[in-house]
Design a protein around this ligand. Structure first.
Ligand code: ADP
Length: 290
């Protein structure tokens, strides 16, 4: 239970740093019982404190789904804030796509990664109680477990980032820029359709392996341009296809996948599908392959 964990956080063994991110440093450790975990230690002042924080975290630790990185526990003592997650041995989707983790995702695996993360998000939007808007969907927040099952990380966290941190817009928003719902600029509000937009950008990454912004150019616009060049959208896009996918002679459901991604990144939120519609379409695509 969470209480036990709280008492035992000083007992992590085999701690080593594995990364750092928007909230602070990330360590790998083993908790009593032997489970390997990722420990996120918040930088001083980077997160809100107090009761609100605790209530929120307790809520998040009750959200469980196969495609969400589980919060195993947390520690909140003497100004030190730690979030403890299940460990994802195969790193982030971004690392795989940029060839840094040594994992090659063939097309079919990419479809499964899309479907898995879509299911995780649909769960947050429709079945979590209360519903959760992720607000920070990106390829570094989609992690892969030992079976390459995709799990969405960091849900429910962005609203806990303290106001002082939000002031440093450069660090907070930079990593997220290419993923941001265009309607946010008008409404200043993030909705479940904002997550759909960000998810669409991730789908474009699965196709091209490119980051959302390359040399100041937005991938969404690049893809639109490539598609405009030809009536047959599949062939227009093959130009910007991830070179690692090019030896595949046939990519199952490719045209439909592209179409779905482009619906997700529609300018107007109302024109985007919901996450469960996305799930249904991806399921049909994978099923038709048998
Ligand atoms: P960001 O703020 O960029 O999302 P995070 O603080 O979430 O970064 O994580 C930083 C890095 O730590 C990630 O890029 C990933 O490599 C690693 N990491 C985070 N969570 C986990 C986890 N649950 N299992 C394994 N590695 C993780």
């Amino acid at each position: 239970s969470y209480n036990e964990l709280k008492k035992s956080t000083s007992n992590f063994s085999e701690i080593s740093q594995i990364g750092s991110g928007g909230y602070g440093k990330v360590y790998r450790g083993v908790i009593p019982g032997g489970q390997m975990v990722a420990i996120k230690k918040a930088q001083q002042g980077s997160m809100q404190g107090g009761l609100e924080f605790k209530t929120e975290i307790e809520l998040l630790s009750r959200v469980h789904h196969k495609n969400l990185v589980g919060l195993v526990g947390f520690c909140f003592e003497q100004g030190e804030q730690m979030l403890v997650y299940e460990f994802m041995p195969n790193g982030t989707l971004r690392e795989s796509l940029s060839g840094k983790s040594g994992i090659h995702l063939d097309w079919k695996r990419r479809l499964r990664v899309a479907l898995g993360s879509a299911r995780g998000l649909a769960y947050l939007h429709e079945l979590a109680d209360p519903p959760i808007i992720h607000r920070d969907i990106k390829s570094t927040n989609i992690l892969l477990d030992e079976k390459l099952t995709a799990k969405v990380a960091d849900f429910g966290l962005s609203k806990l980032v303290s106001d002082s941190e939000k002031g440093h817009v450069s660090t907070q928003v930079k990593g997220t820029l290419g993923y941001l719902d265009p309607e946010y600029y008008m409404t200043q509000q993030l909705t479940d359709k904002s997550d759909v937009y960000s998810f669409g950008v991730v789908m474009l990454e699965l196709i091209t392996a490119k980051q959302p912004i390359v040399k100041g150019k937005y991938i969404v616009r690049e893809v639109r341009l490539a598609m405009d060049k030809t009536d047959e959208e599949e062939y227009g896009l093959r130009e910007i296809l991830d070179p690692n996918l090019k030896d595949s002679t046939f990519l199952i459901g490719f045209g439909r996948f592209v179409q779905l991604a482009m619906q997700c990144v529609e300018e107007a939120a109302a024109d985007r599908p919901t996450m469960s519609e996305v799930v249904k379409t991806l399921e049909t695509m994978l099923m038709s392959d048998g």
